[in-house]
Design a protein. Structure first.
Lengths: 145, 227
């Protein structure tokens, strides 16, 4: 899995770091998420098109832990993101983006905690209804079976 | 019970006339219709003024967004019941009558919604057909256009967030929900939402959904810490 690359499930999924908190919204489900710091780091690496191994290294560097010790957690977390349909495997022909994600420069090293998100479903009906969906080239949103 | 209707409009000269006509055609007509022209640069104002009659109030303001326009309308509204309609949507003729009956039946209910259907605007149908999802089967309408609310509830919820270009209604409803205000969803279709490709939510600004969410999360955390 280490060499695998993923991409954000656009255009259904949008995200932004607001006041230091990573918020992710899936228009397809109406669910939204708040990511903790290590989860945010992984998310930003996925956004940048980095392979999973590079996300692991990035988290390890930021929290000053041994990459080998957290590899499994990072991979498990990436699988959860995929299960939530927030990300999907990057097509083979995608060129990895250069690592443009800025390092958390100057930040003091925070204590590592496992990547985690809080998932919220309370605004599902409102969020599902509110956006008027464009049907893009990718056929989004998918027509119900 | 007196009913006030708040209709914000920004550059929707093509559609706002039909929206107003659908309000005026109600089997239970409202006592006042407050149109806030949010700095339109097209013929919207002229179209609205063409409907001049007692009970129709037109307020002009510099362009400030849909939240600010609705807030301006709320400040001017005198009714005990408040309804909203967006300038490109249409009400069914018995919308207000059904909802007023529903509020009379249940004193505890503060907000009444109803089902809605979407339609592709006839003037854009040829170019947009197949490009946009149009929900032609009735769905529960949790949008401003389908709401009739008691004034006291609207005052408790507070103003719309003027910083949000989209998601402002979801954020407002999240506050209503957190206040524990009882709402009811009528099974009948009360409104038809026009899909025309220029809908605000299609023209970018999607990041405001994330800001609406962040603002809701922060508000809940403050409440939890205070409690």
């Amino acid at each position: 899995m280490e060499g695998d690359r993923y991409c954000v499930n656009e255009p259904s999924v949008i995200s932004e770091v607001i006041d230091g908190e990573t918020i992710v919204l899936n228009f397809e489900s109406g669910h939204y998420y708040s990511f903790n710091p290590s989860a945010s780091e992984i998310w930003l690496r996925v956004l940048a098109g980095s392979p999973i191994a590079s996300a692991t290294e990035s988290v390890a560097r930021r929290f000053a832990v041994d990459p080998a010790a957290i590899r499994r957690e990072v991979e498990d977390f990436v699988r959860r993101l995929e299960a939530e349909q927030l990300i999907r495997r990057a097509p083979d022909d995608t060129v990895p983006a250069p690592a443009t994600v800025s390092e958390a420069a100057g930040d003091s090293v925070a204590a590592f905690s496992s990547p985690e998100f809080e998932k919220f479903t309370d605004m599902e009906e409102l969020l599902l209804l509110d956006p008027i969906h464009e049907v893009g080239d990718a056929g989004w949103p998918r027509k119900p079976e | 019970m007196r009913i006030s209707v708040v209709l914000p409009v920004y550059n929707r000269a093509t559609y706002v006339g039909e929206a107003i006509a659908s309000v005026l055609a109600q089997t239970l007509p409202p006592d006042e219709l407050i149109v806030i022209d949010d700095g339109s640069t097209d013929e919207s104002l002229a179209v609205v003024e063409g409907f001049a009659r007692p009970g129709l109030h037109v307020i002009r303001q510099e362009n400030a967004g849909i939240g600010a326009a609705r807030n301006r309308g709320l400040a001017a509204a005198t009714g005990e019941l408040i309804a909203f309609i967006d300038s490109d949507d249409l009400w069914e003729r018995d919308k207000l009558e059904l909802q007023v009956d529903a509020l009379r039946e249940r004193d505890d209910v503060q907000l009444v919604f109803g089902h809605m259907v979407e339609f592709l605007s006839p003037d854009r149908a040829a170019e947009l057909s197949g490009l946009l999802r149009v929900r032609t089967d009735p769905v529960p309408g949790l949008i401003a256009t389908t709401l009739l609310a008691r004034r006291a509830a609207v005052e408790r919820i507070g103003p719309f967030d003027v910083a949000l270009r989209v998601g402002e209604f979801a954020e407002w409803m999240a506050r209503a929900h957190d206040l524990g205000l009882a709402s009811r969803m009528l099974p009948q279709i009360v409104a038809r939402r026009r899909i025309h490709g220029g809908n605000t939510v299609l023209t970018g600004a999607n990041a405001d959904y994330l800001r609406a969410i962040k603002s809701t999360l922060d508000r809940r955390r403050r409440a939890a810490n205070a409690g």
